[in-house]
Design a protein around this ligand. Structure first.
Ligand code: HEM
Length: 325
């Protein structure tokens, strides 16, 4: 192919630009004039830095509360990136094995960084300060993270999110609306003595139930597990894909919950006294994965693996209380 001179190259670009505006019924000349006057983009406007830095607003004067807020926000941004990848899989007209793997790989990568970075809490937050400022945050709790719930809903068939003791109650024809009443996190936030829903749960439901139900229905045949089960047989059995699926499942349902639980234990238990959580769950029973047995892709595991779900990590990490300090 003949090489274009810079002048010809520029001419060709101007011509393409003219065509683009003409096709949209826009005046090329007016757009050129606009370009003459428009401001150059800069970093701080592009990422809305000034706005971003106004979003960390502690409720008390304890300095370490800033770490607590900021790290929650960092986590939510990572959740957003994960949901972004899941959305692309859900909306794709055709999902090839390569595309599926690429999205899963990214999601795993983001989750891996989140799990590693939980130690920011341990290094950055003094327990005495936490015990005091947390009281000012009641009844707010990470339990109310809608993105966390959306990731779960986009990951698996709804029945796998139903409290494990209630799963047998539902036939294959059960509706999402029926199963929603027994979703695992509702069970966690019910006062055992009174049988009443906690305020944390009631507020969350009031704000998000309709959205969660809509998303659950949209994800019925488009969740990650359903998409996986529609891949060609040889792709489903590709070891690389199976490993990536298991990694995703383990990261979300074991490693992240345990990294989180480790710090709940460290921060909420002081000199053998357990402090009540802000969300009011019986958290020592609720949070550990081995009690919950949330598994997104059950068909990928042996019976033994399912029986041992979450055990090893609890033993090595939480019980021996390894931490960066
Ligand atoms: C020292 C730090 C933390 C402590 C002590 C803590 C404590 C708790 C407790 C006790 C619960 C159970 C619900 C309740 O009773 O409130 C919970 C749930 C939750 N927290 Fe945290 N948390 C901490 C940090 C974080 C961070 C940084 C995030 C990041 C977003 C987070 C996200 C969540 C989520 C998503 C749940 C729901 C988990 C589930 O339903 O299985 N937490 N947290």
């Amino acid at each position: 192919m003949e090489h274009q001179s810079p002048q010809e190259d520029l001419q060709a670009k101007i011509e393409s630009l003219r065509k683009r505006y003409e096709e949209d019924g826009q005046s090329f000349a007016t757009h050129l004039e606009g370009a003459l006057h428009s401001r150059y983009i800069n970093y701080w406007d592009y990422i809305h830095l000034d706005t971003l830095l106004t979003l960390q607003t502690p409720k008390t004067d304890f300095p370490d509360e800033l770490i607590f807020i900021t790290y929650h926000q960092i986590t939510e941004l990572y959740f957003k990136l994960i949901l972004h990848e899941m959305g692309q899989l859900r909306e794709a007209n055709e999902v090839t094995g390569d595309f599926f793997y690429e999205k899963l790989y990214r999601m795993n990568w983001f989750l891996g960084r989140l799990i590693e970075s939980f130690d920011i809490i341990a290094v950055g937050m003094d327990q005495n300060q936490f015990i005091k400022f947390r009281a000012a945050l009641t009844p707010a709790s990470g339990f109310q993270s809608v993105q966390y719930r959306l990731i779960e809903i986009a990951s698996t068939d709804f029945i796998n999110l139903v409290d494990k003791d209630c799963r047998n109650k539902y036939s294959d024809y059960a509706t999402i609306e029926e199963m929603f009443e027994d979703i695992y996190w509702k069970k966690g936030a019910i006062d055992v003595a009174t049988g009443k829903k906690s305020l944390t749960l009631r507020q969350f439901e009031e704000k998000y139930s309709r959205r969660l139900l809509r998303m659950a229905n949209e994800n019925k045949i488009k969740n990650l597990y359903a998409i996986y089960k529609r891949l060609p047989f040889e792709v489903q059995n590709d070891e690389k894909i199976i490993l990536a699926m298991k990694r995703f499942d383990t990261y979300i349902n074991i490693n992240w919950p345990l990294a989180h639980y480790k710090y709940a234990v460290r921060y909420l238990i002081k000199e053998s006294n357990t402090v009540e959580s802000t969300g009011g769950t019986n958290w020592q029973k609720y949070l550990p994965p081995r009690f919950q047995k949330r598994i997104f892709f059950p068909s990928l595991y042996s019976e033994q693996e399912i029986n041992d779900w979450g055990k090893t990590w609890v033993e090595t990490e939480v019980l021996q209380n390894k931490s960066p300090r």
